[in-house]
Design a protein around this ligand. Sequence first.
Ligand SMILES: [Zn+2]
Length: 298
Amino acid sequence: MKRFCSLTKVIVSLIVIITLYACEKNSKLDFSIGLIADCQYCKVEGEGIRKYSKSNGKLKQCVAHFNTLDLEYTIHLGDFIDRDWRSFDSVIPTYNKLQSKKYHVLGNHDFSVDDAKKKLVSKRMGLPSDYYDFEVKGWRFIVLNGNDVSFHAHAKDSKEYNFAGVYYEEHKITSPKWNGAIGESQLNWLKITLAKAKENSEKVILYCHFPIFPKNVHNLWNAEEVIEIIENYSNVQAYINGHNHEGNYAVKNGIHYLTMKGMVDTEVSSYGILSVTTDSLFIEGHGREVDRSLVIRK
Ligand SMILES: [Zn+2]
């Protein structure tokens, strides 16, 4: 009888372990995303820390690595090139070798092309529009365009360029002129998109080229306005960006603010794999990028 009891105990324990393992597995990985920031390729030898001409090689290696993984999608967080329209001809074919779905965020340097070509950048990079959103397994991903109001993205003396001048003066912007702002109609679209996501019980991750938190010289001109909006929505989990090649991280009122390091800097590459689970966002850093585990708020 005693032996029977111990055997039963062993079987029950095994069932518990197997069940816990299965639950753990279920709650573990929902999907993974490839994250790259500031590839910033151009055919120019490095200026100091920036190794522009090495970026296509780093991107090729990153794409080859990502193609060994099962990624839901890959996103490049802006500044795909540094200068010259023809730089796109080198890095777009590399990026197109990705087997996962692929997205782009617009960066300031993506507009370092002739004035006549500025309006064609978004199309050349294959963006569905300058800002957009999409859904994956109950998560809403919102891709912002921080060059909406900008001196970079518009031809000199165009009405958009002149508007940036007025905006910069009137709002007494202290953030440098190479950054930009999200304009009024995009902010309205953001509010509507966040409200819809909330209604549908979707968790939200925002992408933009420019950081908004913590305070930094690289921040979006209207960083505080954007923070104020997204903090109204408890389903917003993270805001992920590039632009500041050093990388950065902070958490404020339940939102994780993550700046990915720039691939272009140094001889060593930098990129990450974001694993989305039911209770955390895990970033596996490669090259100079570091690992991070960010808890999702309920
Ligand atoms: Zn940038």
